[in-house]
Design a protein around this ligand. Structure first.
Ligand SMILES: Cc1ncc(COP(=O)(O)O)c(C=O)c1O
Length: 365
């Protein structure tokens, strides 16, 4: 059988090629390449999809996090609590704003931020918590929100990996002061290009975000503050409008694949991510852990299956944050995960035959 990659974007883009090209043609004819009507249309559609008042399109998920921090008033001297196991960009948000990320360990079974460990990290400088719906699985929003209310902290969701995931039957992206999304091509909802977004119910934050992403300006050549060029492109916005129509169908197929993996993988050497009752995730990445990671990855490769690691180095041990003084052993569950995680192939276009082969190969290990 042909190699089964961990992620393959080709199948999906072949299916919708005509629609995407048609959308691109419309952008081209209007020369609406930066911001403009196609971005606005996607913003309206995405806000409606999430169930919030506003969606603000930006250039990627990292700039979304940066602007979220700035518009929420977070800056130098402030601390922002985030999980230790997430993609590094969650930490870039506070860092780019001049604040300091403070890393909290993950739960050993759900691999989401360990909520019991958050309060120990709250001090006089703490201003915000960014919860991450990691791998497309919601974290326990109500419990994190309760901590934010108790300590008067700002609450941000990093929903970069979780477009369409449901927490207690409600789509994520509306529970905090703001939520940040990445529409990187490999995401469940990915643009044909780089893109990101912020959702919020606040008119005031939205007004500020519109200025911040556009050189600190509401009126051309009048700049009220130091701003950024973080606008979303028209081609990206138009491609997202096409793809948003398919998001639930694609997510449901990911859910089906996750059920097949969770039921089918019975090898006692393999540990699966614990699913909470209230979590209806969208399985952006399907992670398992195994003691002999090299052995499993080689066995998969020998059977033409490509695996990946999300993520092999936890944030607190990244060289970029060595100045913060963390050391090995500080966040043991995140470190275990980093050393033992393996991501199995996960994308809606996987065939039943490919899924069966992955399950059989993992069980034979
Ligand atoms: C959890 C998380 N946050 C933020 C980002 C940043 O998004 P982008 O790559 O669009 O800048 C990503 C992207 O991979 C992510 O996975």
């Amino acid at each position: 059988m042909k190699n089964i990659p961990c992620l393959d974007l080709k199948g999906q883009h072949e299916q919708i090629k005509a629609e995407i090209f048609d959308a691109f043609q419309k952008v081209y004819e209007k020369t609406a390449f930066s911001g403009g009507p196609f971005v606005q249309q996607f913003e309206t559609e995405f806000a409606e999809y999430v169930g919030v008042k506003h969606s603000i399109g930006v250039s990627n998920g990292t700039t979304a996090l940066h602007l979220a921090m700035l518009s929420l008033g977070i800056g130098p001297g402030d601390e922002v609590i985030i999980p230790g196991n997430t993609f590094i960009a969650t930490a870039w948000g506070p860092s780019h704003a001049g604040a300091t990320p403070v890393f909290v360990d993950c739960d050993p079974d759900t691999w989401q931020i360990d909520i019991n460990k958050i309060e120990d990290k709250i001090g006089p400088k703490t201003k915000a918590i960014i919860g991450v719906h990691l791998y497309g699985q919601p974290f326990d929003v109500d419990r994190v929100k309760a901590i934010c209310e108790k300590y008067k902290l700002v609450f941000v969701e990093d929903a970069a990996q979780a477009q369409g995931a449901r927490y207690k039957n409600s789509v994520v992206g509306k529970f905090g002061d703001m939520a940040c999304f990445s529409f990187y091509p490999g995401k469940n909802l990915g643009a044909c290009g780089e893109a990101g977004g912020i959702t919020t119910n606040s008119d005031e934050y939205t007004h500020h975000l519109h200025s911040l992403r556009n050189h600190g300006s509401h009126h051309r050549y009048h700049h009220d503050e130091i701003g950024y060029n973080y606008r979303m492109g028209g081609l990206e916005g138009a491609s997202l409008s096409v793809k948003l129509k398919y998001l639930d169908t694609w997510n449901n197929r990911r859910r089906e694949i996750a059920v097949l993996y969770n039921k089918g993988i019975t090898n006692p050497k393999i540990k699966l991510q614990k699913q909470e009752d209230w979590s209806d995730g969208v399985h952006h990445i399907f992670v398992v852990t195994v003691d002999d990671r090299d052995g499993l990855v080689k066995h998969l490769a020998d059977n033409n299956i490509t695996a990946a690691f999300h993520y092999p180095v936890p944030c607190h041990l990244q060289k970029a944050y060595s100045h913060l003084g963390y050391k090995k052993g500080d966040l043991p569950n995140s470190e275990y995960l980093a050393d033992h995680c393996v991501s199995l192939p996960m994308y809606p276009e996987l065939s039943d035959e490919q899924i069966s082969l992955v399950i059989k190969t993992v069980n034979e290990f």
